[in-house]
Design a protein around this ligand. Structure first.
Ligand code: UD1
Length: 417
């Protein structure tokens, strides 16, 4: 099993250009089966979740070619509506295939989706919404079969603005007759990116980025060339890495509009952050300040996907920080590893109280999930001595060459097998 070996204590300095967003490219890849044509997708990140989605598309009968940073998905020969169990279990994002397969084939056969173990992650909201569109759902031999003789548009109210449910309904609605309206839709920028991709293929979707999305069913779509948006979570992770190590970073390729909450928090912690023509520039103080209470929330709130990284850098801040995790119920798993490194953290339900220490010690720690793993890397960069982060396959699901990028910024980090 591969691991990162980090010798901490170096300030990160230099420039970093973000990769394409994991949470945008995966639904876009699923959506590519609606085109019955070629989609040319650029800016995609080289991460293992993308590799898994490529395998799923190939298994469904699509041809997927990647060269020179360009991915071409040709879905003309797609002939299957069943996602193999092992691939479905590998990642959560395989869930988007339900909506896409229903729209294209009227049927989707899947097993329960996998992904990070950061909570129960049910799909009841997806199921409730799809049922309103004429989908019948039954469980057969451990598989879930979604079938619709005729998908129809519907007025759908989501009880919670779920990212996955919003995207799944958008995809299914493409194959439905009439208009579908999603109320209380998630507003994440990646949903706008999915809308932009589909509209570039000839779809008629309006409202993404707001809580009301209107989709007019229309298939087949035509092919397109599309560049995926920059990864705001990777951007936030690198800003926090620079902040935690007392460094200075020019971040390129990230839209500052989508990083507002993160920037505000880092300023509050004592960093100087400026938006320049080239991107976002950050300079950290010698020691960060604790920021009081921080609560995760759906966009435009503070992203749950940056909570672990922020918690890591607050372990050495001056003062106390309280984190309230409101999105996923089991997202503090990485904290027991931070405690091994000397962090002072008390967990009480969905609250974590972090009292800033003078330093962290290098230790052998294990990544429990993707973002929790990134937090442990940040802690290793901040700590004194040698940190070994095990189970980095979780981290590599979502970060493209993390150790190489950090090394380029001056970190002492190596990847060993
Ligand atoms: C997406 C992101 C993930 C991010 C999360 C929150 C992708 C591939 N993943 O995940 O990185 O951490 O948004 O921004 O884009 N819920 C239900 N029932 C459902 C669906 C969700 O109860 O049917 C709950 C979940 O358990 C969770 C909350 O709603 O507590 C948010 O989930 P959701 O927004 O759906 O997140 P994901 O789409 O899984």
């Amino acid at each position: 099993m591969a691991e990162y070996i980090i010798h901490g204590g170096r300030k990160l300095q230099g420039e970093f250009t973000v990769h394409g967003a994991k949470n945008a490219v995966l639904p876009i890849m699923a959506a590519s089966i609606l085109t019955c044509d070629e989609s040319v997708i650029s800016g995609y990140p080289e991460i293992s979740d993308v590799a898994s989605m490529k395998e799923i598309l190939a298994d469904l009968g699509c041809r997927v070619k990647c060269a020179g940073g360009i991915m071409i998905v040709d879905s003309r020969g797609m002939a299957c509506c069943e996602v193999p169990d092992d691939l479905m279990k590998r990642m959560r994002s395989s869930v988007f295939l339900i909506g896409a397969l229903l729209a294209r084939c009227g049927m989707a056969v899947i097993s329960r989706p996998g992904g990070c173990s950061i909570g129960k992650r049910p799909i009841d909201l997806h199921i409730k919404a799809l049922t309103q569109m004429g989908v019948r759902i039954e469980e057969r031999d451990g598989q879930i079969v979604f079938a619709a003789e005729r998908l129809h548009g519907a007025d759908i109210y989501l009880d919670y603005p779920s990212v996955g449910a919003t995207e799944n309904v958008m995809l299914a609605a493409m194959g439905a007759s009439g208009e579908t309206v999603i109320h209380n839709a998630a507003k994440e920028p990646e949903i706008t990116d999915l809308q932009n991709y589909l509209n570039s293929c000839g779809a008629d979707i309006r409202g993404a980025g707001t809580s009301r999305i209107v989709i007019r069913g229309k298939l087949p779509l035509h092919g397109t060339c599309y560049r995926v948006m920059g990864d705001r979570i990777e951007a936030g992770t690198f800003l926090m890495a620079a902040a935690g190590t007392g460094g200075e970073l020019l971040l390129k390729g990230a839209d500052p509009r989508y990083a507002k909450c993160c920037i505000r928090l880092l300023r509050f912690a004592g960093c100087t952050v400026k938006k320049t023509d080239e991107g976002i520039w950050l300079k950290a103080p010698e020691r960060l300040y604790g920021t009081g209470t921080v609560k995760t929330a759906p966009y435009p709130g503070f992203p749950t996907d940056l909570q672990p990284q922020f918690a890591a850098i607050m372990t050495c801040a001056e003062g106390t920080t309280t984190i309230e995790e409101t999105v996923f119920e089991n997202r503090f798993g990485f904290m027991k590893e931070l405690v091994k490194m000397g962090a002072d953290i008390e967990i009480s339900g969905r609250f974590a109280i972090i009292k800033g220490n003078d330093f962290l010690y290098g230790k052998r720690v294990s990544a429990p999930d993707l973002r929790g793993g990134a937090a442990l890397v940040l802690a290793g960069l901040m700590g004194s001595g040698r940190t070994v982060v095990e189970n980095i396959e979780h981290i590599e699901r979502g970060y493209s060459g993390l150790h190489r990028e950090l090394w380029m910024l001056g970190a002492d980090i190596d990847r060993c097998i």
